[in-house]
Design a protein around this ligand. Structure first.
Ligand SMILES: Nc1nc2c(ncn2[C@@H]2O[C@H](COP(=O)(O)OP(=O)(O)OP(=O)(O)O)[C@@H](O)[C@H]2O)c(=O)[nH]1
Ligand SMILES: [Mg+2]
Length: 213
């Protein structure tokens, strides 16, 4: 299975070398660090995805050393074994280190996961940035959201297409460098709005044609 890793970065000079060092080289074919000057990290994820060289699975993680790249194997294992199509790393089911996530981010992620459970029947506890996705899912889902709603769109629309979405516990640690999103009011409100409205909106959107159409 060919695995491409995509890491959005914006002013992460203090952490990116460490993140890259700890990616298990035997498990991945390529790593794309997307240091684009966009207005948010998720658009950078999509740019990385477009540049990836024919992957079977794409893994996303943050460049601030909050996620531990050594745990990458946990995310791709269920895909490799044919048990899942999308695997999310849950920080709230895993080891959340003190100070790693502000309280409002914990609350917002729990709320989003609960709504996804209710509306889509997918059992999640968190919507973390460390995730692995089979390329088929990325092809089948017509991704329209270019900002924070992108990950939600993938999970919710993927589930509506019948793809298997699951989570595994991952650890999460205080970031190195300066906070860009969850530590700022603007970032937090923007992300919360996109994510929560996206969960409802995607449920109401008509199904897109299948991948073969
Ligand atoms: N290319 C690019 N990457 C970004 C941008 N904004 C954030 N990122 C990266 O996206 C990832 C997630 O952003 P973070 O700033 O860690 O957001 P967060 O985890 O919600 O909150 P903090 O860790 O508190 O800042 C990090 O690797 C950032 O460097 C951007 O405008 N462009
Ligand atoms: Mg972060």
């Amino acid at each position: 299975m060919r695995v491409s890793v995509v890491i959005p970065t914006y002013d992460e000079a203090s952490s990116i070398a460490r993140v890259l060092d700890e990616i298990p080289a035997t498990l991945v074919a390529e790593v794309l660090v997307v240091d684009a000057g966009s207005t948010d990290g998720t658009r950078a994820c999509l740019a990385g995805l477009a540049a990836a060289n024919d992957p079977d699975t794409v893994v996303f993680l943050d460049g601030d050393y909050s996620d531990r790249p050594r745990e990458l194997g946990r995310l791709i294992e269920p895909i490799r074994e044919g048990r899942a199509d999308v695997v999310l790393g849950s920080r709230l089911a895993g080891g959340l280190a003190p100070g790693a996530m502000p309280w409002h981010a914990v609350f917002g992620n729990r709320l989003a996961a609960t709504l996804i459970r209710w509306l889509y029947g997918v059992s999640l506890t968190d919507l973390g940035p460390f995730r692995a996705v089979r390329r088929d899912v990325l092809r089948a889902v017509d991704l329209r959201e270019m900002t924070y709603g992108w990950a939600v769109e993938l999970v919710t629309r993927g589930a509506m297409h019948g793809y298997r979405v699951m989570e595994v516990p991952v650890s999460y640690h205080p970031r190195l460098g300066i906070s860009k999103i969850s530590g700022t009011l603007r970032g937090s409100i923007g992300a919360a709005w996109c994510i929560l409205t996206g969960i409802v909106k995607n449920r109401l959107r008509p199904a897109e044609p299948g991948p073969a159409a």
